[in-house]
Design a protein around this ligand. Structure first.
Ligand SMILES: *[C@@H]1O[C@H](CO)[C@@H](O)[C@H](O)[C@H]1NC(C)=O
Ligand SMILES: *[C@@H]1O[C@H](CO)[C@@H](O)[C@H](O)[C@H]1NC(C)=O
Ligand SMILES: *[C@@H]1O[C@H](CO)[C@@H](O)[C@H](O)[C@H]1NC(C)=O
Ligand SMILES: [Zn+2]
Ligand SMILES: [Zn+2]
Ligand SMILES: [Zn+2]
Length: 217
């Protein structure tokens, strides 16, 4: 969890789980809403009710999901020790500090509040652009998680592009006489020595110094 862009695997499951359904094992009991999530079990149908918790998860690490105007929230006190939620906007509901699990739909066109908001400093969720009350980066755990996934995908994609580019250049170099392109490279590279002879050296320094050109075509 510490050190960069990795998030515990149960977060994705938590975010994709539906809560406040009726527990099929306790249809006629009073407290049969599925509003618990077990970090230890991470079963596919991951939400369960009060009675299921007592009988199957009593010694496990369980999170309680709560509702605020039909949106799922979790108390900060239940998450802060196991998850880095320092970038997520918190709200006080029933005198407890909570975070939203997922992004909430928003009305985008309200002129009055826009005018009011634009007159002062505003903070926005980096993913869904919801206006935030305080200086946080995300409106919800879900948007925070989306950001991490995007970062990771970007890294993967960049690595992929880099190695593809190398393959392409090697192939192209092989086919053509290299004199013209080598000249072009050294002039592009401003003051790099002309006597870099091997095409691998040229390629490596092209990749470092000269982005995005396709001089061979
Ligand atoms: C807040 O309190 C009300 C009334 O007790 C309760 O119905 C509601 O679920 C609570 N909401 C949260 C997020 O704890
Ligand atoms: C939120 O995003 C930050 C920065 O990308 C990351 O370090 C942190 O682990 C994320 N937290 C969660 C709960 O996804
Ligand atoms: C590269 O050149 C070598 C030797 O001329 C040749 O055998 C090989 O097929 C060429 N490869 C490509 C990808 O053009
Ligand atoms: Zn149950
Ligand atoms: Zn469990
Ligand atoms: Zn958001």
């Amino acid at each position: 969890m510490k050190g960069g862009k990795s998030v515990p695997s149960w977060v994705e499951l938590l975010l994709s789980t539906q809560f406040f359904t009726t527990c099929s094992s306790h249809l006629i009991s009073a407290r049969n809403e599925c509003n618990f999530f077990c970090i230890d079990c991470q079963t596919p149908q991951a939400s369960f009710c009060y009675y299921c918790r007592l009988s199957h998860h009593s010694s496990h690490h369980v999170i309680q999901i709560r509702r605020s105007s039909y949106h799922d929230v979790v108390k900060v006190s239940e998450l802060e020790d196991i998850l880095d939620i320092s970038d997520v906007q918190t709200y006080v509901i029933n005198s407890s500090r909570v975070v939203y699990l997922t992004e909430r739909p928003q009305l985008r066109s309200c002129g009055v509040s826009n005018a009011k908001l634009s007159s002062s400093q505003t903070y926005k969720c980096e993913i869904c652009s919801r206006t935030l009350l305080d200086d946080f980066r995300f409106c919800s755990l879900g948007c925070n998680f989306t950001a991490i996934k995007r970062d990771n995908e970007k890294n993967v994609a960049q690595n992929g592009i880099a190695s593809n580019a190398k393959d392409v250049e090697i192939g192209t170099n092989n086919g053509s006489t290299n004199a013209g392109s080598a000249n072009e490279i050294s002039s592009d590279a401003n003051n790099y020595h002309n006597e870099i002879p091997s095409s691998t050296r040229v390629i490596r320094h092209r990749r470092k110094g000269i982005p995005r050109r396709a001089p061979f075509f």
